[in-house]
Ligand binder design. Structure first.
Ligand code: AMP
Ligand code: MG
Length: 327
């Protein structure tokens, strides 16, 4: 059930959360599957609905940094700086966990991931509910993240109390995850806050690769459509193979089988459309999807990361046409 975010519906959603039910919640990144982050039964329900493995810890969402006191032990200086600059907003921080946080949330780790979303509906819901909400992306594990209320209901309707309609997500890719408990600033997941933005506030950062134990969002296959997707350098290299769909960054025609992320070549705009276009192409009856890498800077890094994880291999154009190779 998709409901407009009126104050009455926000109260209904908060009541459902208090009963341990789950609610589709818009955030600026993607739609979340929200549940009471301090109620193990509600948290277990999130894992069950998503079919998410229990070793993959959840992010707790708070209305403001003041609400961290009950869930983290301490906030290192660099984390404070980052929170001042980026909260509310799409930055997740890994902090020492307070023992009051259910083990299931953190998958037994001694840290907890926290974020303060800036979407007005998420903020309203958090304030009405009055506690932290666990809210992983509202999609079955490993699939495309939803950036529209309709996408949440398509996949999870019937299993959740309601989805609050906050319109299309402003950013469109997941939050950046940062661990700055030690000496340096480690980026565990590329996301909505670019490395360039982080470095302007925190100095040089390090991107941690393949650390699946710390952040399973970095699993090699994730965010995937059902149709096989192949990554290529340029869609302009040759015509699409018969029956194939195409995802271009900025050039060429746009139609049902061929989507263009941003004709202006704007990476922010491209991020906004990424998951929605992949979802459309997944449904257009194509035998495969060819997707073009975007420039590797700013939000482009997060987009390329998602495309790589959604891919089953790469495609290159040669004398014999497109050659596909498996990952
Ligand atoms: P999602 O909410 O689906 O976007 O995924 C949350 C991501 O945060 C997953 O990749 C988790 O592994 C990661 N995460 C959550 N808690 C922690 C933690 N304590 N340490 C490291 N990564 C975490
Ligand atoms: Mg997810």
């Amino acid at each position: 059930m998709i409901l407009p975010p009126s104050s009455e519906n926000i109260s209904r959603a908060a009541d459902a959360l208090r009963r341990g039910e789950c609610v589709g919640m818009p955030t600026e990144t993607v739609y979340g599957l929200a549940g009471d982050g301090m109620n193990p039964v509600a948290v277990a329900r999130i894992f069950d609905i998503k079919k998410r493995p229990s070793f993959d810890p959840l992010i707790l969402h708070v209305a403001s940094a003041y609400d961290l006191s009950g869930i983290v032990k301490s906030v290192p200086e660099t984390a404070q700086k980052l929170m001042q600059r980026f909260w509310p907003g799409p930055l997740t921080l890994i902090l020492p966990r307070n023992t009051s946080v259910p083990e299931l949330v953190t998958a037994g780790l001694d840290t907890v991931a926290v974020r303060c979303p800036d979407h007005p509906v998420a903020q309203d819901l958090l304030r009405h509910f009055g506690g932290p909400l666990a809210a992983p992306s509202a999609n079955p594990f490993g699939r495309l993240s939803p950036t529209l209320a309709e996408a949440v209901e398509d996949e999870l309707g019937g299993k959740i109390a309601m989805t609050l309609d906050g319109g299309a997500c402003r950013v469109g890719v997941e939050s950046t995850i940062v661990d700055c408990r030690g000496a340096g600033v480690n980026v565990l997941r590329l996301g909505a806050v670019s490395l360039e933005e982080l470095e302007r506030t925190a100095g040089p950062v390090q991107v941690i690769k393949n650390n699946t134990l710390v952040a399973p969002g970095m699993l090699e296959n994730h965010y995937a459509p059902r149709t096989n997707l192949y990554l290529c350098e340029s869609l302009e290299a040759g015509p699409l193979p018969p029956g194939a769909a195409g995802l271009a960054f900025s050039g060429g025609p746009a139609n049902r089988q061929r989507k263009v992320l941003s004709s202006a070549g704007d990476l922010r705009e491209a991020a906004t459309f990424l998951f929605a276009f992949l979802r459309d192409l997944d449904r257009c009856g194509a035998t495969l999807i060819l997707a073009e890498r975007v420039p590797e800077l700013g939000l482009g890094r997060a987009i390329n990361d998602r495309l790589k994880k959604a891919s089953t291999g790469t495609a290159s154009w040669g004398a014999a046409g497109w050659v596909l190779s498996q990952k």
